[in-house]
Design a protein around this ligand. Sequence first.
Ligand code: GDP
Length: 399
Amino acid sequence: MNSNDRNLRNIGVIAHVDAGKTTVTERILFHTGENHRIGEVHDGSARMDFDPQERQRGITIDSAAVSVQWKGAQINIIDTPGHIDFNVEVRRALRVLDGAVVVFDGVAGVEPQTETNWRLADGYGVPRIAFVNKLDRVGADFRRVVSMIGERLGVKALVLQLPIGAEGGFRGVVDLLAMRSLVWPHDDASEPPQVGAVPPELLDLAVRERERLLEAVVEQDDELLLAYLNGQALPVEALRRAIRKGVLAQAFVPVLGGSAYRNRGVEPLLDAVVDFLPRPGDLPATENRPAADARAPLAALAFKLAHDGHAGMVFVRVYSGRLRRGDTVLNTVTGRVERVSRLYEVHADERIDIDEAQAGDIVAVVGLKDTLTGHTLSDRAHPVQLETISVPEPVIDVA
Ligand code: GDP
């Protein structure tokens, strides 16, 4: 089966330290139902931070991965460190992503680390969507951050939402694709947003913004363009498909907003991940990204080592082929044959034993004795070696 058909997203959350990466990730875990016992971020209970040293320092040093389900899709979230000292870690994580959510602080906007990580993501051709967080903060300004994204990052920001209310009064968003409002009545995360009409005071602005949105989106699809020019109705599904195409081509970056801390805007963000970010097979195959074909020989990259009690686990991205429990595979960097004794899918609070992983999957492997981060695992009869990222490179100067 071509992994293009599998409803899978491998994403990372990228941000400048303090913009809210951990909070956004926590809320994603919450809203996908994986974890209903979430404490606040800084009490040290953040589920993505496995390493005690990370908890102590309050920054995420290493990359872990966690799988969640949303509306029929499996989303694997690969943790990417925000701190620029961990540039190599960011690159390793970016290497195994198919898409990213970039979190911005609604007050600070585009910050230096975001800019640096943005350039790195450009280098790896990682399609992105943007989430302007902390819209509840005093001084938060969605429009200003949208402009900054355009000016500082040099991309076309595709505004998908308008905030309803500002700062302490921020309570919802207008969804410009469906022309409806989503309002979060309480700070209670268990309640979904109330869907309603666009508030009258925002209607003119919403109509203008929607027009700008449509102009950019119809460019991606000849049929839509024709329908648009003929003044015909544009089905929301077709618009979503065209947006996904534009994101993949990096013609624009969809921008959403919210306040993760106050549980506002995370469900639409999850929808956007599923609607707009690519499946493994949607990205073009390259030398370092073998085509996502489960029938092809195995090619997998180890991108993180972790410890689970006594056993060492290696987080692996399978690019092509299959990896089964009991398989013997070739580590093409060490030249050694390794045995896969167990395979796990890692969820927020449990690990699920699986028999097989295939092209596109991210899994934790137990049993590999000499496999380190950056090593390639391949079929014994078809050795391949993917690019190893081990040597720190100079931080890209974006000034
Ligand atoms: P990270 O360093 O990017 O992982 O950022 P955190 O998720 O740890 O958030 C940094 C700080 O901002 C924490 O104190 C959060 O509680 C706070 N925070 C996160 N999201 C929001 C938000 O939407 N609104 C407000 N006011 N604070 C937030």
